[in-house]
Design a protein around this ligand. Structure first.
Ligand code: FES
Length: 260
């Protein structure tokens, strides 16, 4: 194929690349798919999500605990598990599903649309994200607001993780949950939409109210945004680890060490 021939003319997978371009999307599909399976299993599990002062991040905040059983909509089928995880997980799940980085990852790894840079997807139509269902990706900024709200409650649960029956203390679990929340906060603060919100529409910071503060905020968020992919992955793994930590402690398989 020479430079003037469209890749699509060579059919699906046509490429001049000589490297194993398919490895990255394959690993991404395996890991992301594994997380989706794990998160759903953990939500349906509906038990062993707390241990002592610890609450699994997949169940934080526990709205059923905060608002009572009336929080469940009436008319919900009896077979549907009343797992508190379902009350909140739509927000972080939707946030990740519509995340600019994850879009790239799962468009490539799950739909091969396109499979990779410089690799043909054949003659499949492309309308960008302007038609259903991809137009729903525009909900990302609203999911950001929901996740920012959740973060406040989740940090409150982190603080509760240091409150033992005999008063303030630090257990390994306190640090695991606090570390997970720090990574989730880093992922949220490195969001492209948040960066845009801070300074994306401003051509001249000194011409707007709070310009200097916004400039500093924009630069800080931009620095975090440079590593958004890293935040996305480490926060994902940390959530699984924290949930497993609480689960295994609750089952008596792991012993939570009290450090202070
Ligand atoms: Fe990834 Fe917003 S772009 S969380």
């Amino acid at each position: 194929m020479n430079g003037s021939t469209p890749l699509a003319a060579g059919g699906f997978g046509a490429t001049q690349r000589r490297d194993a371009w398919w490895i990255e999307p394959a690993i991404t599909a395996f890991v992301l798919g594994g997380f989706v399976v794990y998160a759903n299993w953990a939500a349906f599990r509906n038990r062993d999500f707390s241990f002592g002062p610890y609450l699994s991040p997949l169940y934080s905040p526990n709205l059923e605990h905060l608002l009572g059983p009336g929080v469940w909509p009436s008319g919900l089928p009896s077979w549907f598990p009343r797992s508190p995880a379902f009350l909140i997980m739509w927000a972080p799940a939707g946030f990740r599903l519509t995340c600019y980085y994850y879009r790239k990852a799962y468009y490539r790894s799950f739909t091969a649309h396109p499979p990779a840079c410089g690799v043909s997807e054949g003659n499949r139509g492309y309308r960008g994200e302007t038609a259903f269902p991809l137009v729903l990706q525009n909900l990302h900024r609203y999911l950001l607001y929901a996740v920012l709200l959740l973060l406040g409650f989740q940090w409150y649960d982190v603080a509760l993780g240091f409150r033992f029956e005999d008063g303030f203390g630090v257990g390994v679990g306190s640090l695991v949950i606090a570390g997970t929340m720090a990574l989730l906060t880093g992922y949220t603060l490195s969001c492209h939409s948040l960066r845009h919100l801070a300074g994306g529409k401003v051509d001249c910071f000194s011409c707007v109210r709070f310009g200097e503060a916004r400039r500093r905020l924009f630069l800080g968020l931009s620095r975090m945004n440079e590593h958004h992919m890293l935040w996305a992955w480490v926060s994902l793994f940390s959530v699984i680890f924290a949930d497993l930590y609480v689960l295994l402690c609750a089952k008596g398989i792991w012993t939570d060490l009290r450090l202070l």
